[in-house]
Design a protein around this ligand. Structure first.
Ligand code: AMP
Ligand code: TRP
Length: 332
């Protein structure tokens, strides 16, 4: 059976972008068709300025939301990255295979490092090495497919390169993974700034729909979305990013296609209204299940405990093999 691995960072509240770009597909497709692991990648949340209590709260919330979105521990493995030592163990070996130039070319590193510097802060070394830890997340499990949004393509490419390089130098150890993306909404854009990704860690609130936003808040955010000059509804992500983003969101909610939907609407107002309702309805069951699960924290903890145990067993043989292959003496 195909092995699938993916993760979400607890750096902020989960957004509609996370859901449409990744989590919904994990629940609807991936867990049914493959041997899949889904991880709250908390170590990655330490790469930028962070508050310990907040990371802990967001990690619990992200795990709860994954389950509320339909991930079923009977079908897949749900766990928290820091509960499984193999990730950090393997990351160091992969740092010995990666080059610093390769790390400095990563688009997300360049963008986030520049942002930190303009704020006058220092850039954590872990921000530079983060894609290596992500490669370790993936390679430790013999992962073949990594279902992610479009923004992670370059990181998954790096994981491929490191797997190939390690295998060539030290003998076949890792499966070479590939990224898979949803058909629509692979990059949901910020409603207020439709040329930037709807990212959870930015502080511009009104353009970001969070999975736990109240229906009224969702309606307000969608109705106030920035649209483009012009009146007609056309799907043209380059020329009309605002309207095209709404069409993508609506298409993703209704399993339609954005070009087809463009022909159905005569005004921005009616497109916004239908998109707002579609998002409210899409998130309603997730929110209901989330409040049920919040009332039963022991269940969520149990899922994470069992998940970590299963994950550890899956990762250990591959990581041990990598330690041997690279030249480290096995403990007696
Ligand atoms: P992150 O929030 O960066 O941990 O991302 C978790 C998953 O959600 C990754 O697979 C991302 O590619 C995906 N994702 C995050 N933001 C978006 C977005 N705006 N559109 C589509 N996918 C996204
Ligand atoms: N870097 C990913 C993101 O920001 C999160 C992530 C960490 C991940 N490790 C992973 C995704 C392994 C897929 C596989 O979205």
């Amino acid at each position: 059976m195909t092995r699938i691995f993916s993760g979400v960072k607890p750096t902020g509240h989960l957004t509609l972008g996370n859901y449409l770009g990744a989590v919904r597909r994990w629940a609807d497709v991936d867990q049914h068709s493959a041997d899949a692991l889904f991880c709250v990648v908390d170590l990655h949340a330490l790469t930028v300025d962070h508050d310990p209590g907040r990371v802990r709260r967001l990690s619990r919330q992200a795990a709860t939301l994954l389950l509320a979105s339909g991930l079923d521990p009977k079908l897949c493995t749900v766990f928290v990255q820091s509960h499984v030592d193999e990730h950090a163990r393997l990351s160091y070996l992969l740092e010995c295979v990666a080059s610093d130039g390769e790390m400095r070319r990563m688009i997300q590193y360049k963008e986030k490092a520049a942002r930190e510097r303009t704020r006058g802060g220092s850039v954590r070394l872990s921000l530079l090495t983060y894609p290596v830890l992500m490669a370790a997340d993936i390679l430790a499990y013999g992962t073949a497919e990594v279902p992610v949004g479009d923004d992670q393509t370059q990181h998954v490419e790096l994981a491929r390169d490191l797997a190939v390089r390690f295998n060539q130098r030290y003998g076949h150890t890792f499966v070479v993974p590939r990224a898979t993306h949803p058909v629509v909404a692979t990059r949901v854009m910020n409603l207020q700034e439709p040329t930037s990704k709807m990212g959870k860690s930015e502080d511009v609130g009104p353009g970001i729909v969070y999975l736990l936003d109240e229906p009224e808040v969702i309606r307000k955010k969608v109705m106030r979305a920035v649209t483009d000059s012009g009146r007609d509804v056309v799907y043209d992500p380059e020329g009309r990013p605002g309207v095209s983003n709404l069409l993508e969101i609506l298409a993703a909610c209704e399993s339609g296609n954005p070009e087809g939907l463009a022909g159905v609407y005569e005004s921005y107002g009616s497109l916004k209204k239908d998109t707002a309702e579609a998002v409210v309805e899409l998130l309603r069951p997730v929110q209901e299940r989330h409040s049920e699960l919040c009332a039963d924290p022991a269940y969520v903890e149990g899922v994470l405990r069992d998940g970590a145990e299963k994950a550890r067993e899956m990762a250990r043989p591959t990581v041990d093999a990598a330690y041997r292959a690279i030249g480290l003496l096995s403990p007696a």
